[in-house]
Design a protein around this ligand. Sequence first.
Ligand SMILES: Nc1ncnc2c1ncn2[C@@H]1O[C@H](COP(=O)(O)OP(=O)(O)OP(=O)(O)O)[C@@H](O)[C@H]1O
Ligand SMILES: O=P(O)(O)OC[C@H]1O[C@H](OP(=O)(O)OP(=O)(O)O)[C@H](O)[C@@H]1O
Ligand SMILES: O=C(O)c1cccnc1
Length: 490
Amino acid sequence: MKKHYDDDGLALHTDLYQINMIQTYWQDQIHNRKAVFELFFRKMPFGNGYAVFAGLEKALSYLQKFAFTSSDIEYLRSEMSYPEEFLSYLEKLKFTGTVKSMEEGELVFANEPLIRIEATLAEAQLVETALLNIVNYQTLIATKASRIKQVIGDEQALEFGSRRAQEMDAAIWGARAAFIGGFDATSNVRAGKMFGIPVAGTHAHAMVQAYKDEYIAFHKYAESHLDCVFLVDTYDTLKSGVPNAIRVAKELGDKINFKGIRLDSGDLAYLSKEARRMLDVAGFTKAKITASSDLDEYTIMNLKAQGARIDTWGIGTKLITAYEQPALGAVYKLVAIENESGELTNTIKISANPEKVTTPGLKRVYRIINTMNGKAEGEYIAMDDENPGAEERLKMFDPVHTYISKFITCFEARELQIPVIVNGEMVYELPELQDIQKKLERNLDELWSEYKRSLHPEKYPVDLSQKCWDTKMRCIEEVKAKVSEGFNDK
Ligand SMILES: Nc1ncnc2c1ncn2[C@@H]1O[C@H](COP(=O)(O)OP(=O)(O)OP(=O)(O)O)[C@@H](O)[C@H]1O
Ligand SMILES: O=P(O)(O)OC[C@H]1O[C@H](OP(=O)(O)OP(=O)(O)O)[C@H](O)[C@@H]1O
Ligand SMILES: O=C(O)c1cccnc1
């Protein structure tokens, strides 16, 4: 049996190969060379036209606290064969780099850098796994939530996923990501405490089963709570649940705030219409109908098309687990590295698939806003020293199918990545979660509806500047030449 150690830090929340690579760099004394990595994903999740960036708050907390604890070092010493001097080096390591990032609630697209890390090779490499772990999950859930909220519209969206989430962290940070994506509340009380998200909920079947009598259960609940939403499907929704809810609401009158009922099984369209009719006839026209039961954007759209009378939607499993696409697939790639003369040089990763070839060098990401109509024309990725905002006529072209191009004259080039950590110091003031949600709403207003529809949206342009494209082509040519010469005979 292995000895157990305190779980008192996050530096070992990494893949073994990262530490092994650092050992190589350290032994070769290149570990302190400056390196630049970019984090991005290659394919839009859920076939959606946009994604919603989330995860920065947790990523910043991780980078700020990055350190190997004594028990981490003790573990590495006893379980691995790292040299003692290497362990002493790790023990002193902190994150001292500079980070530029998209803000949470920003719209993001495939093949644009979301986060740029400039640090020593060792530091930048070591943080890869944790950063991907955080951003991959939170961005996926914020995107799924936004997709669902687009279909729900102004009605209430409640996040009910904790019981089905892939463990506790996923429930908590998923609830936060769902709120960023536009949800109104969560059922997770801890998420409410931690992030200030409104907390909401009804009651479970267990309460009705515990009393073995629906009427008594509703009555008891009403005696102990002012706000009441009764779950009406434990025995028979229309013959027993709704009539019992109405009976208790009538009996208790002004003593309670009868907010409505929840449907959790059966034909939700039919049952909601019938329940609405029964509530209205009984005079409870303001009582709301909540529905839950394996809902997602597809079932919600379908229920709406059937004329379902649902006011509040409770969504769990399919949101919190990103059911139909469990991974965003974001990657972290080296784009520049300092050489032995101290100059930063571009690096590239070639792939047989042109869309997988990385874009080398230090770059900036701009959203090109057409100032005539306030709408986004596309993303424009330029080299660090370019200033697209100063151009009178900006050429935007597709980096793979270069003949697809357009010229823009009246535009604003809005830079999307902002400095969040400079030389290890946090320079970013974390926004309130409510403001992140509002930021997403503003961003979505700038997006044409063609990019927002849930089925087969138009592909939003993510273009490279001419200089960026030329740099990439030059790097590809250089690598091709080296390959044909034979890398080692140069
Ligand atoms: N009118 C409807 N049109 C389309 N889908 C519906 C409609 N009503 C319910 N659904 C969906 O159909 C699925 C029904 O799930 P399921 O067959 O597991 O039964 P259930 O009614 O939830 O019962 P139980 O919870 O007792 O298993 C859910 O995903 C639900 O959201
Ligand atoms: O369906 P979801 O989108 O995941 O929403 C959350 C579900 O959690 C609860 O069910 P519970 O765990 O009691 O099980 P149930 O499926 O038997 O209702 C609730 O009644 C919803 O059905
Ligand atoms: O409050 C609810 O109704 C609720 C909470 C979590 C999961 N399902 C339902």
